[in-house]
Design a protein around this ligand. Structure first.
Ligand SMILES: CCCCCCCCCCCCCCCCCCCCCC(=O)NCCO
Length: 588
């Protein structure tokens, strides 16, 4: 037999092919195995949370029949606190009433992630204090409060909707939680968030999707969507969220509740889960959310205390300045209904005009205000800074995760090579007839080095200066503007209307305190006016589609804004708007 030279390559080629096939098979098996393990991990976590909720519900069936429940639930927070402090109500009864209510609303709305099991012990401790009468020194004595899942709580996982953080319980409570407890509050439930918390659709693969309490086909907003939902559904009187782009204010606007995003560091941010804490030009803040403005004031007064200043010395020791909140002098307030990028829908514009009338009727002077350069500021500063690591950190956290459909398009885009993203961005700009997403994509791949970063920091300072001198030249005390560009968005559709965020991100970028207060609801007339809403860009077309019908009755808020560290003044303006507003959650 003779060797045929034409076969001399066959053996090595066959071997190479076999190795490649074997390698692919191993990788495939590894991937499937990892995926199955991940699904199991998520399922186990889900089951644990569900079982904890079921145990709580079962416990309530055994101890049911408390007569005071409706009396408790009918009281606004201020009145309930009076009764708790005077011992007319037991902390345990109040806790049980709110646990039951939270469980009840949760069955339909999926706003609660898990109950906090230490709540019962804390309530008992409160009731045992009775004889010592110490409760008078504790402004939140016996008050159940809800917490966004991103707050560290000793012994509990803090995932921000990402499975990588399952099974890594926090070692310590967030400073806010420690102070709340010292002031007598009882954290009783943890609430839902979007995966990564960098969007306002409240959905993630671990805890699922939260619905809007006013319309189950729509979302509550986010990222503090679970908080907005539970407070809007009256399952909690006071809760705490976080905000780097609108995450407190958007759900407040969409769920008809009040919330305050303070100046960065007015409240301690120590002990909250944030992506990219090394990014220090635009910072996430934490803040209270509640059914009325008075509750926000009570919460701020309670938190701005020596305990907070001791536990976190980076918080400026400025207690709540009641004198500013209670002042009655006439204010000069700027207003706008359009920020210069995306037209707010007629209902949201009317909400601002209603608030303007309310304030004018109370003797204040309202003057028009024009936001300088908003779209450029959003793409060239906000996106470039908050995604300044070219989205690396976010992708790293999601590397081994199941991606929620609400953010999958963005994540897929960000996972592509930068040059492809760059090309895509131009295509997207043309297809959308809008530079928002295109420029947004380019902005997430632009920052290359420290020089770029310093330039960005400089530009941010320049914009802050420009905005402040405009404010000063008009001699403004405060500003009012749309709570958002539109009301609650149909489930699963937030990505199509992402552009609305310029209304809220501006005040994170400027680091001005801003609060949202409900003013009115969408009317038939507002909806009819949608016929004239522009349809030039893709966002505008989606907005017209989502808000031309099925929106009547949805809540609408306005944002009230002040200069840095003027939270008390912002709350005063919010309170004045609330006083004159035809719609508040409680009286509705
Ligand atoms: C074919 C389409 C490809 C799509 C590619 C998507 C790229 C996305 C463009 C970039 C835009 C960036 C948008 C940023 C939106 C910010 C939203 C802020 C929501 C609230 C966040 C918040 O406050 N979180 C609280 C954290 O504590």
């Amino acid at each position: 037999m003779t060797w045929d030279y034409k076969y001399m390559y066959v053996l090595p080629l066959a071997s190479l092919l076999t190795v490649l096939i074997a390698y692919s098979c191993i990788m495939m098996v590894r991937y499937c195995w990892k995926r199955a393990a991940l699904k199991k991990k998520i399922k186990t976590k889900k089951d644990e949370c569900r079982e904890a909720l079921e145990r709580l519900a079962a416990g309530h069936q055994e101890t049911d029949g408390q007569s005071q429940k409706s009396k408790i639930l009918d009281l606004p927070m201020e009145k309930l606190l009076e009764k708790l402090i005077s011992c007319e109500f037991n902390a345990v009864d109040v806790l049980r009433a709110y646990q039951q209510q939270a469980l009840e609303v949760n069955t339909e709305l999926n706003c609660v992630v898990e109950p906090i099991k230490e709540a019962e012990d804390l309530a008992n401790e409160c009731d045992n204090m009775r004889n010592r009468k110490d409760q008078h020194k504790r402004p939140l004595h016996g008050l159940p409060v809800s917490l966004k899942e991103c707050y560290f709580l000793k012994g509990y996982d803090c995932t921000a909707g990402m499975s990588d953080y399952i099974g890594k319980p926090s070692e310590e409570d967030a400073v806010i939680v420690q102070v709340l407890r010292k002031q007598g509050a009882i954290p009783f439930v943890r609430t839902n968030i979007p995966q990564t918390m960098m969007t306002y659709e409240c959905s993630n693969p671990i805890y699922g999707q939260t619905l809007n309490p006013h319309d189950r086909t729509r979302g509550p907003g986010g990222s503090s969507g679970g908080e907005g939902c539970i407070i809007g559904a009256k399952g909690s009187l006071l809760g705490f969220g976080s905000d780097i782009g609108g995450s407190i204010r958007i759900p407040c606007h969409m769920c008809g509740v009040c919330g305050l995003k303070p100046t960065y560091r007015r409240l301690s941010v120590k002990g909250t889960h944030e992506l990219g804490q090394g990014q220090t030009l635009i910072n996430a803040t934490v803040g209270p959310m509640a059914q009325d403005v008075t509750s926000l004031v009570i919460a701020m007064k309670a938190l701005l205390c020596d305990d907070m200043f001791d536990l976190d010395p980076t918080v400026p020791p400025i207690p709540f300045r009641t004198e500013i909140y209670e002042k009655t002098h006439t204010l000069k307030i700027g207003y706008y209904v359009f920020d210069g990028y995306l037209e707010a829908v007629p209902a949201c514009k009317r909400a601002v005009m209603d608030a303007k009338t309310i304030l004018e009727n109370q003797g204040h002077k309202l003057i028009p205000f024009q936001v300088p350069d908003v779209q450029n500021v959003f793409t060239e500063l906000y996106v470039r800074i908050t995604f300044g690591d070219n989205v690396q950190m976010l992708l790293e956290c999601l590397r081994n995760d199941i991606i929620d459909p609400t953010i999958s398009l963005a994540v897929t885009n960000w996972s592509l090579p930068k040059c492809v993203q760059w090309l895509m961005s131009w295509v997207v700009s043309c297809v959308y007839n809008d530079d928002f997403v295109g420029k947004g994509i380019r902005s997430t791949c632009k920052t290359q080095n420290v020089y770029d970063w310093w330039k960005l920091a400089e530009k941010l300072q320049e914009y802050k200066k420009k905005f402040l001198s405009l404010w000063r030249s008009l001699e403004l005390d405060a500003l009012i503007c749309p709570g958002f560009a539109f009301p609650a968005v149909p489930n699963g559709e937030v990505f199509n209307v992402l552009g609305g965020v310029t209304y809220t991100t501006l005040y994170n970028l400027l680091d001005y305190p801003a609060g949202t207060v409900p003013v009115t609801k969408v009317t038939k007339e507002d909806e009819a006016e949608m016929k004239d809403y522009p349809t030039r860009t893709r966002y505008e077309r989606f907005i017209k589609k989502y808000f031309s019908e099925g929106t009547v009755g949805l809540p609408l808020g306005v944002q009230c804004v002040g200069l840095p560290y003027q939270e008390e003044l912002v709350l005063r303006v919010m309170k004045m708007v609330e006083n004159g507003a035809p719609f508040t959650v409680r009286t509705d």
